[in-house]
Ligand binder design. Structure first.
Ligand SMILES: Cc1cc2nc3c(=O)[nH]c(=O)nc-3n(C[C@H](O)[C@H](O)[C@H](O)COP(=O)(O)O)c2cc1C
Length: 197
């Protein structure tokens, strides 16, 4: 089993990365493979609305001069997806939004490729706007027949500066660990008794 984490922050070792890595800990302890992919600060173009994916149905995006197709292939091959973002003006980063738009659309028009995968959104923030950003991520999961995983509080962690500030949010970090445990639990249940997709 494999879980892909996508970091929408341009900070590779920032608060969002720390949150996602905390979710990974219990997953890895259960023998579940993890991979963190950084997209923040890299080029992920927005959807061009060319609708070629509907026509071609080749599980790819016709925009080829960025890393989208390579990442999308990994998402489709994985069992679960963690989408993480810092809160930017009460929403997610543009790189993550672009990935969501294109992945969501291409998955739909190719026979619902995200169906029955497990998903969790994770957001880091200094002060406000977390729920709106969290909702933006969950929109993808909820329209894709995915199973979303929560925790004992919404999946957010407080921290502003780069470094280990988010790690001082003890409740937030414990929440991430709990999220990882629940995701491992669900993945094991899903894989023990069904081959149905
Ligand atoms: C352009 C920009 C907009 C931001 N907007 C918000 C905001 O609306 N609410 C908030 O609490 N923090 C906001 N922040 C702070 C980040 O969300 C916060 O520092 C976050 O922990 C950064 O995560 P990272 O280290 O993974 O990049 C903003 C930061 C930037 C650079």
């Amino acid at each position: 089993m494999k879980v892909i984490g996508i970091n929408g922050s341009p900070r590779k070792n920032g608060n969002t990365a720390k949150l996602i890595n905390k979710v990974f800990e219990p997953l890895e302890a259960e023998g579940i493979e993890t991979e963190l992919i950084h997209i923040g600060g890299t080029l992920i173009r927005g959807c061009l609305s060319c609708y070629q994916c509907i026509k071609l149905k080749d599980k790819r995006c016709t925009t080829k001069n960025d890393q989208f197709n390579e990442i999308f292939e990994k998402i489709v091959a994985a069992d679960a997806l963690i989408l993480g973002s810092p809160v930017y003006f009460a929403d997610i980063t543009p790189e993550l939004k672009a990935l969501i738009d294109r992945a969501g659309f291409i998955a739909r028009v190719n026979g619902h490729l995200l169906r029955h995968k497990v998903g969790a959104g994770v957001v880091s923030l200094r002060r406000g706007g977390a729920i709106h950003a969290f909702d933006s991520i969950n929109h993808l999961f909820q329209i894709s027949s995915m199973f979303t995983v929560g925790s004992t509080y919404w999946n957010m962690g407080f921290g502003g500066r780069e470094g280990s500030e988010v790690e001082t949010d003890k409740e937030g970090m414990e929440n991430m660990a709990d999220l990882g445990r629940s995701m491992a639990f669900l993945l094991k249940k899903l894989h023990c008794c069904s081959n149905e997709q």
